[in-house]
Design a protein around this ligand. Structure first.
Ligand SMILES: Nc1ncnc2c1ncn2[C@@H]1O[C@H](COP(=O)(O)OP(=O)(O)OP(=O)(O)O)[C@@H](O)[C@H]1O
Length: 328
């Protein structure tokens, strides 16, 4: 017997997620599926709720489905990563939804529900996660990716800003990244970074950012790590350095197709243990949420999570696959 829990962020995509939940709820009633639903009331609440659900001792297997954006699945995952009896699912209700891209969950919420209900009847997939340890020894996990530097400061400013809400209302949420990218492009100070990957040291001068990915997509559909596989026991590292300001725009455009890796200023690696250090502290994000600052260590947690995913599966569903840039 599997118990189904939903954790819903009613504020995701500027409140639109609540309407999405309304549709999901109606469908669950029609199909007479029993479940428990919890709404998040503040940042950090999804993690707490997920932890409480996981901690609640009974012998049933538990499935927790996050309904929201990548920030919501990030929190839910951080709440359960140390528990073994939990399977995670995701219904996209945010503005970015990179988890659903990477794990091949349909963008339409009702289609996503249908897929998840079918996947629940099979064995869940075991996937890797990334564990970040900051200087104060605090631990944070990521399911999609992390980044340090330019991308992290942009995601920090985007999450702080009111403009995201306004643009979301106009269904132009993605433009907010372009706005802050252009705003920071001419003032951002690049840094020398000491990067260690599986004990091998690299020094990168004039570095814009370093990302470490578990799956290809980030920032709302950018294919930052085209080769990343969430179950291959490896993390994919991308470094952008020594790049003229104007050329960063070209890299930014090409990243939607995963073609940025052909620029000589973009370096890619694979590894299991990574450390990032620099003379000045850089902003750090995990799955697009502000985590803190460099220095930090990152370590893969091989097959540390159980998820409902179509990735790597031959599920015979007559539902269309979503593309990298398909939003609705
Ligand atoms: N009730 C709430 N009120 C305010 N903020 C909340 C609430 N519940 C969750 N949050 C916070 O909302 C933030 C954004 O959530 P989420 O990422 O799910 O949606 P989004 O920003 O619309 O989507 P995306 O990250 O995909 O762009 C998270 O940092 C989360 O902690």
């Amino acid at each position: 017997m599997k118990d189904i829990y939903f954790i819903i962020n009613p504020k995701a995509r500027n409140g639109h997620c609540l309407k999405i939940w309304g549709k999901i709820e109606a469908q669950l009633k029609t199909e007479q599926i029993s479940y428990l639903a919890f709404f998040t009331e503040y940042p950090g609440h999804a993690k707490k709720l997920a932890h409480q659900i996981a901690d609640n001792k009974n012998d049933n297997e538990k499935i927790i489905i996050a309904v929201g954006g990548d920030g919501t699945i990030h929190e839910v995952m951080n709440g359960v990563i140390k528990h073994k009896n939990i399977t995670l699912g995701f219904i996209p209700g945010g503005s970015g939804n990179d988890f659903s891209r990477g794990f091949q969950i349909p963008s339409d919420p009702l289609e996503a529900l249908e897929v998840l209900l079918r996947l629940m009847k099979q064995e869940p997939a075991f996937i890797d996660a990334g564990k970040m340890t900051l200087e104060d020894q605090s631990e944070h996990y990521f399911i999609n990716n992390m980044g340090a530097g330019f991308d992290a400061i942009i995601s920090y400013e985007v999450n702080q800003s009111q403009i995201k809400g306004w643009l979301n209302k106009l269904s132009l949420g993605r433009l907010v990244y372009v706005y802050f990218l252009l705003k920071k492009l001419f003032t951002y100070q690049t840094a020398t970074i000491d990067l260690s990957i599986d004990g091998q040291k690299h020094i990168f001068e004039k570095t814009w950012f370093v990302t470490v990915s578990n799956q290809p997509y980030y920032g709302g559909g950018m294919k930052i790590a085209p080769e990343a596989e969430p179950d291959d026991g490896q993390l994919d590292i991308t470094v952008v350095h020594q790049l003229a300001r104007w050329k960063l725009l070209l890299v930014f455009i090409s990243v939607f197709w995963g073609k940025h890796i052909h620029f000589k200023e973009v370096k890619t690696f694979k590894g299991r243990v990574v450390s990032i250090q620099s003379a000045t502290s850089l902003y750090v994000h995990g799955d697009g949420e502000h985590i803190g600052y460099t220095p930090l260590n990152i370590e893969i947690q091989v097959k540390g999570l159980q998820v409902l995913t179509r990735r790597g599966r031959k599920v015979n569903l007559d539902l269309k696959e979503r593309g990298a840039n398909d939003h609705h």
